[in-house]
Ligand binder design. Structure first.
Ligand code: SF4
Length: 303
């Protein structure tokens, strides 16, 4: 693993990071039908379709495709023109993907007796299946993949743990974080986090991001990322102050409100507009979200 990836997790409780994300995913994830199946063929179809099309739009196409060609053998037997026609009718992007998918089905039937290989390396032997798709199929069908690194995952790792904008560092950090033998749920979960909460304009509180207490961007208020070069707009800066509360409590432990205040705002004055009452409200909000607690005048991180 690269040094930079080691540094990124030096002060991080990796077990807690893993637990929080998996729990959030299992409780909150969007229901896509391909997440309910472990059939490699059905997963491959969903992956190829979603390469260029929004996930919401893929759902109907995916159902229609599997109604028409329910097995890899059925697809291999199909007329290529019909498969390409289906692709065009459903606005699924480049027709080449349909051709490759049909070709891959043929390979699976003739070379693999209709059985998918379970290893990402071997899956790449299939026509049109690159490293990303191979790993997705290995993860979601066989729970046998490596950590996925796509733009969403990079954005999350960069913001949350300060992983530098470097492919090797992202790879190493993503691998370090993935719990052993959990590639199915983990890869789904971290991509879901990037797609739902850690979007270009992040929705940290709105989506109840499970990494808020660990996240450097949440603490600092700097939400730039490799694919977000300038600071995204927010309705207000409340999120930034919430992040600073978490950061200060993490760094210093429990603090009286009046000791915490100046660490959150330079213009903190106990009886001022942005004083004790304002801070109390902020910490109470964090309490509702299960991130902090207020005991009289003392704020602390939720244990
Ligand atoms: S707290 Fe916000 S910025 Fe940090 S990982 Fe979560 S969604 Fe992304």
């Amino acid at each position: 693993m690269s040094e930079t990836a080691v540094d990124a997790f030096e002060d991080v409780n990796v077990d807690a990071v893993q637990d929080r994300l998996l729990t959030w995913y299992r409780e909150n994830h969007r229901d896509f039908p391909w997440r309910e199946t472990e059939a490699a063929y059905e997963i491959l179809v969903s992956e190829v379709m979603s390469q260029q099309t929004q996930l919401g739009r893929v759902v109907d196409a995916w159902h229609d495709f599997l109604d028409r060609w329910p097995t890899v053998e059925a697809l291999a037997d199909a007329d290529r023109a019909d498969v390409v026609g289906f692709w065009t009718d459903h606005s699924l992007g480049y027709n080449n993907r349909a051709k490759y998918l049909h070709e891959a089905a043929g390979q699976l039937v003739t070379e693999y007796d209709g059985q998918f290989p379970e290893d990402p390396e071997e899956l790449q032997e299939l026509m049109g299946v690159g490293p990303y798709t191979a790993n997705a199929v290995a993860s979601f069908a066989f729970n046998n993949g490596d950590a996925v690194v796509d733009t969403n995952v990079k954005r999350v790792l960069y913001r949350a743990f300060g992983v530098p904008d470097d492919d090797a560092a992202f790879e190493a950090a993503a691998s370090r974080l993935m719990p052993e033998g959990e590639s199915r749920d983990w890869n789904n979960a971290i991509m879901e986090l990037g797609g739902v909460a850690c979007q270009k304009t992040p929705r940290c509180d709105e989506e109840g991001c499970p990494w808020r207490e660990f996240c450097e961007a949440y603490r600092s208020g700097d939400f730039t990322a490799p694919d977000v070069p300038t600071q995204p707009e927010f309705e207000g800066s409340r999120r930034q102050f919430r992040g600073r509360v978490i950061g200060a409590l993490r760094e210093h432990g429990p603090l009286e409100l009046d000791d915490l205040g100046p660490r959150v705002r330079v213009d903190y004055v106990p009886d001022g507009e942005y004083g004790r009452e304002w801070l109390r409200e902020l910490v109470t909000d964090l309490e509702v979200d299960g991130l902090a607690e207020l005991d009289g005048e003392v704020a602390r991180l939720k244990r």
